[in-house]
Write a protein that binds this ligand. Structure first.
Ligand SMILES: Cc1cc2nc3c(=O)[nH]c(=O)nc-3n(C[C@H](O)[C@H](O)[C@H](O)COP(=O)(O)OP(=O)(O)OC[C@H]3O[C@@H](n4cnc5c(N)ncnc54)[C@H](O)[C@@H]3O)c2cc1C
Length: 502
């Protein structure tokens, strides 16, 4: 199959509409239809991205001034993690999106981290060494109008419902057939989908079916019976409660997601131009939905239930064993979900579609298994980094956090953590696992140093041939660069939004 002549996308959440746009781009001759229910809503959360989303819009030639004002979007330069650690001075750290600008201050960070791990007092808190950490502190936009050749990796915050609407309008304008109907059944014969049955539209037939039906996974898991592998032993959280609150934009819109640890999970805070999106991701084994809602209200100081209504959600955390089976591809929550601590779900959507578009044109008989192995590796790699947040926490205030320290780890994560205290072994482990990891060297260093995972006693002297690097130089470099190059987040958004600015 070079390109399918017809595609039926089932589901109109963010995954469905991203799939529609990318497949239209790849296969302009194909007839692409999308069926979605008006009775079953979309999940309606998922408002932070990684830098991969920048590439999505770039590929589709959609400019930021076109889509961001339509989706109340803001820039995101990283994520801060308050209260995951109790070590004095390391109660919070920032996980930056990295770019070439970090090469200069980043090296001293690795260097000082290694000294500190060897027991030398070396000022190795990651927040001092990365340019986007400084941008987050100053609420700057990661756009350099002064030096447009500087290519910075950054992500976005956006209203997920509005993003879906934007992508829907574009897909329909580009010829997509939009069907509003409920899928009542899926006909399967010989492990192939033969048709999808709509309540009003009857039999719908295509060469390729894309399952974007969310957690219900009507085609891939229910109809084709693809098994699901739970990550429950690794990641305990299975529920969330979301509450939107007001934002005072005059104070400057933050350019970061904040992920604060609470008693049985963590709370996100995502700044848009018209509101904060907030939510508490927690484990129902440790706290009830009522307790979670009241803890979140306390955390947000949002006690008025009418003004700030809460939405409760269940999460199925894990992945399918095969994301592509015969004539069906699973994309989005239907293929699996890793809890949103690093906001990776849409990155996985994008990765799945792009890899599939490449793989399906191949004549290789192994293409199904190669594709599925790749996507599984991506999910396992993301999972390992998320699990590391939990197993390295040092909170002692609840059974949840104590149990999280003993969550099941993969052999890769075990190898990284057990080698961490020895600088040479850790670097070697990183090299050996290079092909398996999704998060790279800087992210591991930032997390592990950020929570203060180094000896209690910093009593050694730096070797005379390896003096401590002066942290003020790295911080000064970042401050100077941000001062010189990057505009305030508000000022830049105002320009981008023009007459849509509130
Ligand atoms: C608490 C939480 C926080 C999250 N935060 C982030 C984040 O910060 N960043 C990120 O990237 N991702 C995040 N995600 C994930 C993100 O929300 C999803 O990956 C994304 O919204 C895609 O969802 P979806 O399109 O797969 O499913 P859904 O939005 O659930 O859409 C399912 C679609 O299928 C349709 N459908 C279902 N059944 C039928 C039927 N019988 N007939 C017809 N149509 C049907 C529905 O109508 C709907 O259109 C988060 C998820 C959760 C739970």
């Amino acid at each position: 199959m070079v390109a399918p002549e017809s595609v039926l996308i089932c589901g109109g959440g963010t995954a469905g509409w991203m799939t529609a746009n990318l497949m239209q781009h790849a296969w302009p001759e194909a007839t692409i239809s999308l069926i979605e229910s008006s009775n079953i809503g979309i999940i309606g959360v998922g408002e932070g991205s990684t830098p991969a989303l920048k590439q999505f819009f770039k590929k589709l030639k959609i400019s930021e001034s076109d889509w961001m004002p339509e989706c109340n979007a803001t820039y995101k330069v990283g994520i801060s993690f308050p209260n995951w650690s109790t070590r004095p001075g390391f109660e919070s750290y920032f996980h930056p999106f990295f770019s070439e600008l970090d090469l200069k201050p980043g090296e001293p960070f690795f260097y000082n981290s290694k000294l500190q791990k060897d027991g030398v007092s070396a000022n190795a808190h990651p927040d001092q060494y990365f340019v986007t950490a400084e941008m987050a502190r100053r609420r700057c936009a990661p756009i350099s109008e002064k030096y447009p050749q500087i290519d910075i990796d950054y992500g976005y915050h956006f209203d997920s419902g509005l993003l879906g609407e934007f992508l829907k309008t574009r897909a329909i304008a580009n010829g997509l057939i939009h069907i509003i109907d409920d899928i009542t059944s899926v006909v399967v014969d010989n492990e192939q989908i033969q048709s999808v049955i709509g309540k009003k539209h009857g039999t719908l037939i295509a060469d390729l079916y894309v399952d974007c039906t969310g957690f219900s996974s009507l085609l891939l898991q229910k109809a084709l019976g693809v098994p699901f592998k739970h990550y429950k032993e690794n990641l305990f959280n299975d529920s969330a409660v979301a509450i939107a609150t007001d934002i005072d934009i005059e104070q400057g819109i933050p350019a970061e997601t904040r992920s604060s640890a609470l008693s049985a999970g963590w709370a996100w805070r995502i700044p848009l131009v018209n509101r904060y999106g907030n939510g508490y991701v927690y484990s129902s084994d440790y706290i009830s939905s009522e307790q979670a809602e009241s803890e979140l209200r306390e955390h947000l100081q949002a006690f008025d239930e009418e003004k700030y209504p809460a939405r409760h959600l269940k999460m199925k955390v894990g992945r399918v064993e095969q994301h592509w089976k015969s004539n069906c591809l699973g994309v989005g929550l239907s293929q699996g979900f890793i809890e949103p601590l690093e906001a990776t779900a849409l990155m996985l959507v994008q990765y799945t579609i792009e890899e599939f578009i490449q793989a399906q044109s191949s004549n290789n008989n192994e293409k199904y298994s190669e594709f599925n192995t790749k996507v599984n590796k991506m999910m396992e790699g993301i999972r390992d980094y998320i699990v590391c947040h939990y197993v390295t926490n040092s909170r002692d205030d609840s059974a949840y956090w104590r149990d999280c320290r003993n969550a099941k780890r993969s052999s890769n994560l075990d190898k990284l953590l057990s080698s961490w205290s020895n600088n040479e072994s850790f670097e070697q482990a990183l090299r050996e696992l290079d092909n398996e990891l999704v998060y790279l060297r800087p992210s591991w260093y930032v997390m592990l140093m950020g929570v203060g995972r180094f000896p209690e006693q910093l009593s050694h002297q730096a070797p005379t041939d390896k003096p401590v690097f002066d942290v003020k130089k790295a911080k000064g470099y970042c401050e100077q660069l941000v001062d010189d190059v990057f505009p305030s987040h508000n000022d830049y958004l105002k320009k981008l939004y023009q007459d849509k600015w509130a």
